[in-house]
Design a protein around this ligand. Structure first.
Ligand code: UDP
Length: 372
């Protein structure tokens, strides 16, 4: 074909940026567009008072996959930040994830045996063999005290639904541990890129044509003429103009505050469990990078209902939405010269390392097909 570009990449987040980078390395010509006034999608950071503010929610990089770790380390050096959030519940602070420190704070237990004994008794009393919803899952994994102190109210705020009406898989992210170890993630590699995530995005997109403030849907036909193939990373249902119906998401509202003190909470992340707070957590951004600025910036994170005017942060992966998604997905696979990928187009609760892996896999799939 004699179009100007091989790929028009719609959305300059991690999926699109990795895709553009890899295809450019393979001598393909890429144009990356984004409707926002900046590149980077939700990993974008905005510098304020010398502090990198995670504008679309806190992002902590972690992976067990050495290939993905080496991949991101090409573009930035990572600091040794380890995520160790706290949870405030009924006026007391506890360590997360659920570990020996948490159990000591909850019950005064000093040994794994003592803690296990309490948890096992509660699981025996309140748990079930095959949990059918989030509440049953949590009670079966961790018992009643942990569920009521850390999970129930937080989760109901986060999702705007009763724990009994939520799918069990959401809670599988939360491990229970019998060591004094406050590292939230089990992964081998973890950290924050020094200089913020923009360093990685700029590295990925270096030398590649990019345009911000371009809404694909406002000028779709003209834009599609620019390239042989469109790589679309936005919402799957929006791509099809919602013709089978709308997928559901959960949105978030971030309230940032600049404070004239150097340290507000002594930790990057404090979760607020209780229903009496409308927000789920407070992020103090400087602590992601061990900042020593005189001031500090904090963000309160309020979950909210999603509508088309809001950012879609979390997919709501219940059966109904999965069914609808599959319908769109099947149709997308009949289209030639269109690739859909990333958190929104795949309707997945993805972490950053998973998005990178998904993008690399897509590039490899295309490259091996074209070599046949
Ligand atoms: N969660 C909870 N209490 C907490 C933190 C998390 O019950 O203090 C639950 C909640 O249901 C949430 C899920 O665990 O939706 C995943 O939370 P995490 O913070 O790991 O994910 P993120 O929202 O950062 O993607």
């Amino acid at each position: 074909a004699n179009k100007k570009y091989d790929y028009l990449i719609v959305g300059a987040g991690l999926f699109g940026s990795v895709f553009a980078h890899e295809m450019t390395k393979r001598n393909k010509k890429c144009l990356v567009i984004d409707k926002r006034n900046h590149l980077g999608g939700n990993v974008y950071c905005e510098e304020q008072e010398g502090i990198n503010v995670h504008k679309y929610g806190a992002h902590i990089f972690h992976t067990n996959d050495k290939r993905i770790w080496d991949y991101v380390n090409q573009f930035a050096e990572f600091n040794n930040y380890i995520n160790s959030p706290l949870s405030l519940s009924k006026g007391k602070l506890y360590n997360l994830p659920f570990n020996m420190n948490t159990f000591y704070q909850l019950w005064g237990t000093k040994t794994p045996e003592e803690a296990r004994d309490i948890i096992n008794k509660q699981i025996a009393k309140y748990g079930t063999k095959s949990p059918k919803n989030l509440e049953e899952q949590a009670l079966s994994l961790a018992g009643k005290d942990i569920y009521e102190t850390f999970i129930k109210e937080y989760t109901e705020k986060q999702w705007g639904k009763k724990a009994k009406e939520l799918p069990a898989f959401i809670i599988k992210r939360l491990p229970v541990r019998f060591t004094f170890n406050n590292n939230y993630f089990n992964d081998k590699y973890q950290g924050i890129p020094i200089g913020g995530y923009n360093v990685i995005i700029n590295g990925l997109l270096k030398g590649i044509d990019t345009k911000t403030n371009i809404d694909f849907f406002e000028d779709r036909e003209q834009l599609e003429l620019l390239a042989d193939t469109v790589v679309y990373t936005g919402k799957m249902d929006e791509f099809f103009d919602y013709k089978y119906g709308q997928l559901e998401y959960r949105s978030l509202r971030f309230e940032n505050e600049l404070l004239g003190i150097d340290n507000f909470q002594g930790n990057a992340v404090v979760n607020y469990n209780d229903a009496s707070y409308d927000f789920t957590r407070i992020i103090e951004h400087k602590h992601f990078e061990f900042g020593t600025q005189d001031k500090t910036i904090i963000t309160r994170e309020y979950p909210e209902a999603w509508d088309r005017s809001k950012e879609a942060y979390y997919p709501i992966n219940n059966d109904e939405n999965q069914k609808l998604f599959k319908k769109y997905k099947a149709e997308s696979q009949t289209l030639k010269n269109v690739i859909l990928g990333g958190r929104l187009a795949e309707y997945r609760y993805y972490d950053m390392h998973q998005i990178i892996a998904s993008s690399l896999a897509k590039v490899e799939e295309i490259s091996s097909n074209s070599n046949e």
